[in-house]
Ligand binder design. Structure first.
Ligand code: HDE
Length: 711
C-alpha cells in the first residue's frame, strides 16, 4: 500500500505546516503532533467526561505506524457516540421541518371554552410547529405528491395542547384499525424497497381501490393541495370533530382550521418533479429563508362551531374523519393568529425530538368519539417510547411544558427532572408543601360527561356509509383548471400501476364521483373499455351544492407578497430597468433573485457590477414564481444555445408563469418555444416594471395551460 504523507495522517518529514480553518490555525508539527491556536476566547474541546483533549486529529498508536491502543478513551468515546447518533425515524411523517413562534388570541372565548389560552385578548402563547410529508423517509424530496402534516404544539399556561393536523381536512380511513394497512400500502413496497415518497404504485392503488371510504381523500390528494408551493401557502386542519367546553360545562363541537395569511398556492406537477431534482429541500429552505429574513409566516386559527342539533341534521356523521363540513354550512370564525418567527437552534434537539400527541389536551378542550381520533390517542404516546427511548421524553426541553408541572412519576431512563423531598405517592398525610402536589377537582381537566351506552361490537356505523357524495362535491367545487389537474394526476398515478385490473377498479370508483372525470382518466389510460361503476354502499347524493371555499385557485389571495421573482441577467443588463423591477418587487413585499451565466455577476449597462445569486443551472425557473429575462443582445446571443437558459424560459412558459422580457431577449424566448400571450410582458422602459409585478399577483397565467399541456 502506498505510504501517504497527507497532513492529516502523518506530518511532513521536516518542518511545520499550518492551515487556516475558520478562526483556527492548525499547526502540524514534525511527527504529526497538532496544536490548535484558537482565534479568540473559545472553549477547550473535552470528552463527555470533561477531560480536556490535546489531540483530536490522531488516534493513539504504538509507534509511528503501529496498531491503535485500546486505551484511547477519546477515540472510543467519539466513535461510540457517533454510532448511536440516529434515533428511529417517524414511521409516518418522517421528513419534517419545525419552527418556533406564538399564537396570539384575538378576543376572549370564555363563552365557548374555558381553555386558558383563549381567555384574554392579545395573549401570546408560545408555539412550535412541525410541517412534514407523510410517506417518504427523512431524506425524501420536499415536493413529493403527498399530504403535509401541520402539527402545532401550544405551550399554554395549563399544559401543552397539541393540534396534530394535516393540510387536508379529511382522511383516508374511518377507523384507526386500518391505519397500519393503509400506511403499509402507501409506503415503498416491502420486497423491493421502492418507490420512495410516492403513491404511484400498485400496492397503494390496490388498497385504495378496495377501500371506497378513501374516495373523498383520493380526490383531495390528486388535487394541487398535495404539491404546495410553500408550507407558508397552505391551510391546516385538525380534521376530527373536537369539543370545546366552557366553565359551566357546556360543550360545543368544533373543527379547527389554519388559514394562511398569504393565501394558498401550489405548483404544477411537471414543476414539482423538476424542483425535486433542482432543490429537494425546496420547502424547508423557503421556510428557513423567510423566517431568517423577517418575513414571518402567519396563519389565522379558524373555528367551525356547531351543536348537537346541527350534528343531527348534517348530511354526514361529524365523527367520520373522511368527511368535512363545508364552510358555507358552518362559517369559520377566526379567533387568533399563529406567527412563526424563529428557526430552531438545533434540528435534532427540536424538530427531530419533538413529540406530538393528540392526547395532549388542556382543560376546555376535549375529544369526540371519532374512532380515528380515539386510536390516535393511543398511537402517539406509544410511538414516542419507540423513537425517544424513554418514558421521560417529556423532559426534553422541546416537549416539556412551559408552565409549572408536578407529577408523582419518577425515575426511568434519562430522568433529569428529579423532584426533591420525601413524597412520591398520594394520598399522604404530610401536610403543606411537604405533602407534594395535590389534585384540583375544579381547576383540573375534567372529561366532558358525555352519556355513552350500547353493545360491545366491532361494527362501522351506518352513518359512515356514504363514500362518494363528498368526493363528488369536492370535484365539482374545483375550477376547470383544477379539475384538469385532478384528472391528470389520477392518470399519471394509475399509469404507474402495472396491474390493469387495479386501474380499471379505480375508474369504476370515479364513475360514482363524476362521469366526465372517469372518462377523462379512462381515455388518458387508454382503457379498452369503460369498467362498470363500483357498487356504492349508499347511493351517491348528487344534490350536494358545490362549496366554492374548497377551490384553491378560486380563493387565491391576489398578491405576489412572499413570492419570488427570478431574473435572468447578462453583461449589458439595463441597470435602470433592473432597479425599477427590484423597487416594484420590494414594494410588493416579494423577493428578487438574480440568475446569471456565472455566479460572480455581470457588468451592467451603466458600468456597475451586479452580483448574481445563482448560476444559470443552479437557479432554474421552477424555483421561482415568475421570471424576467433581462438580457442584452450579447447576452441573448450567448445564452440562446445554452440548454439551461432555454429550460429556464421554456419551463416558465410551460408552467404558466408570468414572464417579463426585454426586446433583446427575444431570440432566447423564440428558441425556447415561447408563443406570445398576455402572460408574456415586454419591458420597454423602467416604468413598465410595476405593471408586470401587478400582473404577477394572479400567480399563474392559467389561460396558457391548454396550449402547453395536451395529454
Ligand atoms: Fe398521525 N401519526 N396517525 N395522523 N400524524 C404520527 O406519531 C397515527 C392521522 C399526523 O410532526 C405518528 O410522533 C394513527 C391523522 C402528523 O411529529 C404516529 C392514525 C392526522 C404527524 C401516528 C393517524 C395525522 C403524525 C408517527 C390513524 C391528521 C407528525 C410519529 C388513527 C389529522 C407529527 C409520531 C410530527 C404522526 C399515528 C392519522 C397527522 C405513528 C394511528 C388523521 C401531522 O403515532
Amino acid at each position: 500500500m502506498a505510504r501517504t504523507t497527507s497532513s492529516r495522517g502523518r506530518g511532513p518529514a521536516t518542518g511545520r505546516t499550518s492551515a487556516q480553518l475558520g478562526d483556527q490555525t492548525i499547526i502540524r508539527g514534525e511527527g504529526g503532533e497538532t496544536h490548535q491556536i484558537a482565534g479568540g476566547d473559545v472553549p477547550v474541546l473535552t470528552t463527555q467526561q470533561g477531560a480536556p483533549v490535546a489531540d483530536d486529529q490522531n488516534s493513539l498508536r504504538i509507534g509511528r505506524r503501529g496498531p491503535t491502543a485500546l486505551e484511547d478513551f477519546h477515540l472510543r468515546e467519539k466513535i461510540f457516540h457517533f454510532d448511536h447518533e440516529r434515533i428511529p425515524e417517524r414511521v409516518v411523517h418522517a421528513r419534517g421541518f419545525g419552527a418556533h413562534g406564538y399564537f396570539e388570541n384575538y378576543g376572549a372565548l370564555a363563552d365557548i371554552t374555558r381553555a386558558d389560552l383563549f381567555q384574554r385578548p392579545g395573549e401570546k402563547t408560545p408555539a412550535f410547529v412541525r410541517f412534514s410529508t407523510v410517506a417518504g423517509s427523512k431524506g425524501s424530496p420536499d415536493l413529493a405528491r403527498d399530504v403535509r402534516g401541520f402539527a402545532v404544539k401550544l405551550y399554554t399556561k395549563e399544559g401543552n395542547w397539541d393540534l396534530v393536523g394535516n393540510n387536508i381536512p379529511v382522511f383516508f380511513i374511518q377507523d384507526a384499525i386500518k391505519f397500519p394497512d393503509f400506511v403499509h400500502a402507501a409506503k415503498e413496497e416491502p420486497d423491493r424497497g421502492f418507490p420512495q415518497a410516492a403513491t404511484a404504485h400498485d400496492n397503494f392503488w390496490d388498497f385504495i381501490s378496495l377501500n371506497p371510504e378513501s374516495m373523498n381523500m383520493v380526490l383531495w390528494i390528486m388535487s394541487d393541495r398535495t404539491i404546495p408551493r410553500s408550507l407558508r401557502f397552505m391551510e391546516g386542519f385538525g380534521v376530527h370533530t373536537f369539543r370545546l367546553v366552557n366553565a359551566a360545562g357546556k360543550s360545543t363541537f368544533v373543527k379547527f382550521h389554519w388559514k394562511p395569511k398569504l393565501g394558498m398556492q401550489s405548483v404544477v406537477w411537471n414543476e414539482a418533479l423538476k424542483i425535486n431534482g433542482a432543490d429537494p429541500d425546496f420547502h424547508r429552505r423557503d421556510m428557513w429563508d423567510s423566517i431568517q429574513s423577517g418575513a414571518f409566516p402567519e396563519w389565522e386559527l379558524g373555528l367551525q362551531l356547531f351543536d348537537e342539533a346541527f350534528a343531527d341534521k348534517f348530511a354526514f356523521d361529524v365523527l367520520d374523519a373522511t368527511k368535512l363540513i363545508p364552510e358555507e354550512e358552518v362559517p369559520i370564525r377566526r379567533v387568533g393568529r399563529l406567527v412563526l418567527d424563529r428557526c430552531v437552534d438545533n434540528f435534532f434537539a427540536e424538530t427531530e425530538q419533538v413529540a406530538f400527541g393528540t392526547g395532549n389536551i388542556v382543560p376546555g378542550i376535549d375529544f369526540s368519539n371519532d374512532p380515528l381520533l380515539q386510536g390516535r390517542n393511543f398511537s402517539y404516546l406509544d410511538t414516542q417510547l419507540k423513537r425517544l427511548g424513554s418514558a421521560n421524553f417529556t423532559h426534553l426541553p422541546i416537549n416539556a411544558p412551559k408552565c409549572p408541572f408536578h407529577t408523582l412519576q419518577q425515575d426511568g431512563h434519562m430522568a433529569f427532572i428529579n423532584p426533591k423531598g420525601r413524597v412520591n405517592y398520594e394520598p399522604n398525610s404530610w401536610g403543606g408543601a411537604a405533602g407534594g402536589p395535590r389534585e384540583a377537582p375544579d381547576k383540573g381537566f375534567n372529561s366532558y360527561p358525555a352519556e355513552e351506552q350500547g353493545q360491545k361490537l366491532r361494527i362501522r356505523s351506518e352513518t359512515f356509509a356514504d363514500h362518494y357524495s363528498q368526493a363528488r362535491q369536492f370535484y365539482l367545487s374545483q375550477m376547470p383548471i383544477e379539475q384538469s389537474h385532478i384528472a391528470a394526476a389520477l392518470t399519471f398515478e394509475l399509469s404507474k400501476v402495472e396491474t390493469l385490473a387495479i386501474r380499471a377498479r379505480m375508474v369504476g370508483h370515479l364513475l360514482n364521483v363524476d362521469e366526465a372525470l372517469a372518462k377523462k382518466v379512462a381515455d388518458g389510460l387508454r382503457l379498452k373499455e369503460m369498467p362498470k361503476a363500483a357498487e356504492p354502499a349508499r347511493a351517491v347524493d348528487r344534490s350536494l351544492k358545490p362549496s366554492p371555499a374548497l377551490s384553491l385557485i378560486g380563493n387565491a389571495a391576489g398578491t405576489f407578497k412572499g413570492r419570488k421573482l427570478g431574473v435572468l441577467i447578462s453583461d449589458g443588463v439595463d441597470a435602470a430597468l433592473l432597479a425599477a423591477l427590484k423597487a416594484a418587487i420590494d414594494a410588493e413585499g416579494a423577493v428578487i433573485k438574480l440568475v446569471a451565466p456565472m455566479v460572480g455577476g455581470v457588468a451592467a449597462s451603466d458600468g456597475s457590477w451586479i452580483a448574481a445569486d445563482e448560476k444559470i443551472d443552479g437557479g432554474p425557473s421552477v424555483v421561482f414564481d415568475a421570471v424576467a429575462v433581462l438580457l442584452s443582445a450579447e447576452g441573448a446571443a450567448l445564452l440562446v444555445d445554452e440548454a439551461s437558459a432555454r429550460d429556464f424560459v421554456a419551463d416558465a412558459f410551460a408552467h404558466c408563469k408570468f414572464i417579463a422580457h426585454t426586446a433583446a431577449s427575444m431570440p432566447l424566448l423564440a428558441k425556447a418555444g415561447v408563443a406570445a400571450d398576455t402572460g408574456i410582458v415586454e419591458l420597454r422602459t423602467a416604468s413598465d416594471a410595476a405593471g408586470f409585478v401587478a400582473a404577477c399577483r394572479q400567480l399563474r397565467f392559467w389561460d396558457r395551460e391548454a396550449k402547453v399541456k395536451r395529454v
